[in-house]
Design a protein around this ligand. Structure first.
Ligand code: IVH
Length: 690
């Protein structure tokens, strides 16, 4: 027997060693293809073959979990949840740059720098001009070539450790290209790389498209900043962001210039843009001016946003000697392009009705070229904004595109007003259903209160239900939703699942084939997750992230439906405003009707079987925690109770089923005693979980 076991473990050891070699080979191979795809934009293998390599790696890592490391490319898909990011202190402060807005100021900088270099007895005046990427500054630490930490800039001295999220960004190498040990002249074992995380314009649009109007990001920078702070790293992975490196610290040889460092970063596996293009050496002021004016025009053709040019002294070894003020270095400067403006005519104003009834005035403009595209519409936000601008229909107006993707009217030109100008009327009735509009106290917007019957709201809700991050019903576009609503076939998303082929095929421009496509897409949507369904319901204030929290806290929908405001507000990230909004959603009869139809249609009203936690040991119970627990945080413990069908509240009453006491339990324990409520300690609680 003994021999047999030895043989088996021996065999296993062999297998493990073989697996380790294979895992290593796969990782290197995958990272190389990742680099070729994302950094070089020159893939060598198909997406299919890439997925096969990744699958093979994942399955080996599953078989040998002890061989899994955080820097394995399999970890790029994320999955870790972070409640709060730890604070880290930067090795050296992350300074920002002083800004200039004119070529004269750039010339002043160049002269000033020249004098400082004179003082140092240095003749050379070489500058590196780089694009200024409009994103979020990040610092990455590598030890022995492995990514060990990534942090935000924060206040410049300390930032947030967001390594888990940064790992999901394909252009951040998890391991540096092994070439580095040869080509880094006398490098230290620890390197710091700084750069910018940004979102490409197409990735940004894709993200926004899948979001309801009121949840959309104003620009790629906001979207990036928001995405980097997400608690769920798998959502970060889905957001698709890019990292560009512009700083390399920690080389022994300080004499390596900024230009050479950028090239070195490229060799290490970072995206730096193309040399001579995204960054270029300049030996005099006219070359600098040329770089600035070249990109002033060309930047609109780039797949990402730049808001200026950064100029850095090429001789890095002089940076310390030239020094810095408290905020910014003297050896570098940022030139920012002026915001783009154009003059045009306000032709009219239309009023849009959102899915939640909000009325948004939208300006229709005489088409005009601005910042690389033709603009013919812009939002006026609300009536306070119209009043503030003092703008009238037929006025000439100035529109501006700064950080925002959607241009806005910044000023009317009343001096150019003609006899034709007329005030913008506040519509008395909803433009869609005619219902008298209302303006709740303290809010800037007008609303259509006809929640149940307003066609525009119905349409908006169905479109939201079908949108990409919700049920993702691809063939259900806005034109088709219009037809379905107008024809009376559909009054809410629940009706979608009972329409029949001949009914759809009868609609104008539809035909059998498109009708079949729609029914197929609807069928497919039944497979979406419970959390997506929660989001798709379109409850005010319940965005995709909140829906995920709710699904986690209430894996079974009926528990969510019967939760009180107090219970809901005890779920992480859910405040009383959201809690009340959820309750009022369930109170509306037409919503109850919608839920009934969706349930009948067989949509997922609970977390998928394999995800449902272990048991329902707390079903029907109300639990109160008091004092400090050893094994779990309060949030974790509450989550476990909810996942097992129970409720968690903060105060002890006759309805409380059990009070769980931790260290230093206080008045709640006393109260439980008085009311005769059952009390257990943490060990008792842990036993109940099993
Ligand atoms: S160098 C001490 N280079 O602009 C100098 N910054 O106002 C540190 N930025 O915080 C920055 N592109 O977020 C540098 N090529 C580039 C840049 C760049 C964008 C951002 C960065 C920085 C801010 C400076």
């Amino acid at each position: 027997m003994g021999i047999l076991i030895d043989e088996m473990t021996g065999e296993r050891k062999m297998e493990r060693e073989k697996a380790a070699v294979e895992i290593e080979r796969l990782r290197t191979e995958i990272e190389r293809h990742n680099f070729l795809y994302y950094v070089r934009a020159a893939p060598e293998i198909s997406d299919y073959d890439f997925d096969r390599l990744l699958e093979r790696l994942i399955s080996l890592e599953r078989e040998f979990p002890d061989l899994l490391t955080p820097n394995s490319p399999s970890q790029r898909v994320g999955g870790q949840i972070t409640r709060e990011f730890p604070t880290v202190v930067h090795r050296e402060p992350m300074l920002s740059l002083s800004n200039t807005y004119s070529l004269e100021e750039v010339a002043d900088f160049y002269t000033r720098l020249g004098k400082l270099l004179d003082d140092e007895g240095v003749k050379e005046r070489d500058i590196v001009a780089e694009q200024k990427y409009d994103g979020v500054a990040i610092s990455l630490l590598y030890r022995d070539g492995l990514l060990i930490r990534g942090a935000t800039r924060g206040d410049g001295y300390q930032g947030d450790d967001i390594t888990v999220n940064l790992r999901t960004i394909p252009t951040i190498p998890l391991r540096l290209n092994l070439l580095w040990s040869k080509s880094l002249p006398g490098s230290k074992r620890e390197l710091e790389i700084r750069g910018e995380v940004f979102m490409r314009k197409d990735d940004f649009e894709r993200l926004n498209e899948g979001r309801p109007e009121e949840d959309r990001f104003a620009n790629p920078r906001n979207a990036t900043a928001g995405s980097l702070k997400l608690q769920d790293s798998s959502e970060v992975a889905r957001r698709r962001m890019t990292f560009v490196a512009y700083f390399l610290k920690g080389l022994d040889n300080e004499e390596v210039t900024q230009y050479d460092r950028l090239r070195l970063l490229g060799e290490l596996g970072f995206y730096t843009g193309k040399k001579g293009n995204n960054f270029a050496p300049c030996t005099n002021l006219s070359e600098i001016n040329h770089f600035i004016s070249f990109w002033a025009e060309k930047r609109w053709e780039l797949p990402y946003e730049t808001d200026g040019v950064v100029l850095k002294l090429n001789a890095v070894h002089l940076w310390d000697r030239i020094g810095a003020t408290s905020k910014s270095p003297r050896w570098a400067i940022a030139y920012k392009y002026p915001a783009q403006q154009a003059e045009t005519v306000l032709l009219g104003v239309v009023f849009q009705v959102g899915r939640l009834g909000t009325i948004t005035p939208v300006a229709e403009l005489e088409p005009v070229r601005l910042a690389g595209s033709t603009v013919s519409r812009s939002t006026l936000h609300n009536f306070d904004e119209i009043k503030r601008l003092g703008v009238q229909v037929h006025d000439r107006v100035v529109i501006e595109k700064s950080g925002e993707v959607i241009p806005k009217i910044i000023r009317a030109l009343p001096e150019k007003r003609t006899l034709f100008s007329e005030p913008i009327p506040v519509p008395s009735g909803c433009p869609s259903c005619g219902t008298q509009l209302v303006k709740p106290e303290g809010e800037v917007s007008w609303y259509c209160p006809n929640e149940e019957r307003c066609p525009a709201q119905i349409r908006g809700r169905i479109l939201h239900f079908a949108s990409r991050n919700a049920m993702d019903i691809r063939s259900l576009g806005s034109a088709l939703v219009d037809q379905l609503v107008v024809s009376g076939l559909v009054r809410d998303a629940g009706d979608l699942y009972s329409i029949e082929l001949h009914q759809v095929a009868q609609l104008e421009r539809m035909g059998e084939k498109s009708a079949l496509n729609l029914l197929h897409a609807l069928d497919e949507s039944r497979k979406r997750s419970y959390e997506r369904l929660l989001y798709a319901l379109g409850i005010r204030h319940v965005g995709a992230a909140t829906a995920r929290e709710l699904a986690r806290a209430y894996p079974v929908f009926d528990d969510l439906r019967t939760a009180s405001v107090e219970e809901l507000a005890s779920v992480p990230d859910i405040g009383s405003v959201v809690a009340r909004s959820i309750l009022s959603f369930f109170a509306i009869p037409s919503n109850q009707e919608l839920l009934r139809k969706l349930q009948e249609a067989g949509l997922p009203f609970r977390v998928a079987e394999q995800q449902v936690l272990i048991n329902r040991n707390f079903a029907g119970m109300t639990v109160v925690f008091t004092g400090e627990l050893v094994w779990y945080t309060r949030d974790e413990a509450s989550e476990m109770v909810r996942a097992r069908g129970g409720k968690v509240t903060n105060s002890v009453s006759r309805k409380t089923s059990v009070v769980v006491t931790g260290k230093d339990a206080g008045s709640k324990l006393e109260k439980a005693g008085k009311l005769g409520v059952k009390v257990i300690d943490e060990n008792g609680f842990r036993a109940m979980l099993q």
